[in-house]
Design a protein around this ligand. Structure first.
Ligand SMILES: Nc1ncnc2c1ncn2[C@@H]1O[C@H](COP(=O)(O)OP(=O)(O)OP(=O)(O)O)[C@@H](O)[C@H]1O
Ligand SMILES: [Mg+2]
Length: 260
């Protein structure tokens, strides 16, 4: 079973951290999975900020630098998802060899159903370290031609690394004329499109309250797509028209769990 999924992209700012944080809370809170999400973008760390966390004494930087157990850098969010943040300060980069990420995440494999690594964009050393550490890769991109060239290049790198690509998540679709359709994207990249997430201002707004959008606006268009991806990851069928049904089912199921 796939344990460690790496989330990567060619360009920066395409939505990796947004996707990792929403999948993390959905899979933990609604699918009852043990999930840990790890900030592997150590030079531009944002993951903890997306949960409103600004202070954390132990980070992945310290784990890598001092060889301590990664569980010391794990913070449990109220939804159940475990977050391993990276240091927010520049000085936190001193003495951090990102290649060690693969070794430091090993203890997480035993205790989690799924570990999701939030990567950095491009093909630099940091991104490669994350790819070495994961079992399979999800690639995030915007639906424009220049980004597809990145996807094709990445696919070649993944082949060389012997890593399986789970597929593409197309984020921030706006329905503009210059956007490529999913069929065209699949043909061009020879990769499956797992999900097409619309541009949704509620996603951006959720940043200001430090909470993944699914928690504040499960009814919004992007949330519906995050939920679909979560279903796909756990191999469950998503029922169309589903968010409210899904949430209702969850609360009913929980009442029974609480009574038993
Ligand atoms: N579907 C969406 N609709 C609207 N805004 C979005 C959407 N997805 C992400 N964003 C916004 O785009 C910005 C970049 O997103 P995010 O930080 O997740 O990208 P990233 O790929 O992790 O960036 P980096 O490469 O810097 O790590 C954020 O302000 C986020 O709120
Ligand atoms: Mg990011």
């Amino acid at each position: 079973m796939t344990k460690v999924i790496g989330v990567t992209s060619g360009k920066g700012g395409v939505g990796k951290t947004t996707i990792v944080s929403n999948l993390g809370v959905i899979l933990s809170k609604y699918f009852n999975k043990n999930v840990t999400i790890v900030d592997c973008n150590v030079t531009n760390s944002h993951l903890a900020l997306y949960f409103g966390m600004y202070y954390f004494p132990v980070t992945i930087n310290k784990v890598i630098r001092e060889g301590i157990n990664i569980e010391e850098a794990m913070y449990k969010h109220y939804t159940g998802v475990n977050i391993v943040p990276a240091s927010l300060s520049l000085s936190g980069l001193r003495g951090v060899d990102v290649i060690k990420i693969k070794d430091v995440i090993q203890p997480l494999r035993e205790k989690n159903d799924l570990i999701i690594l939030d990567g950095s964009p491009g093909m630099g050393r940091e991104s490669m370290a994350m790819l070495h550490a994961c079992d399979k890769v999800l690639f995030v991109t915007n639906p424009i031609m220049s980004s597809m060239i990145d996807v094709v290049r990445f696919r070649e790198v993944l082949n060389e690394l012997n890593k399986e690509a789970l597929g593409l998540i197309i984020n921030m679709r706006q329905g503009m004329k210059n956007e490529m359709g999913n069929d065209e994207i699949e043909k061009f990249t020879e990769m499956d499109v797992i999900s097409s997430i619309p541009y949704d201002k509620n996603v951006y707004k959720s940043l200001t309250v430090g909470s993944p959008v699914f928690l504040s606006r499960p009814d919004t268009r992007a949330s519906k797509e995050f939920l679909k991806v979560a279903h796909w990851l756990v191999g469950e069928e998503y029922q169309e028209g589903g968010i409210l049904n899904f949430l209702q089912k969850f609360s009913i199921k929980n009442i029974f769990q609480n009574l038993s």
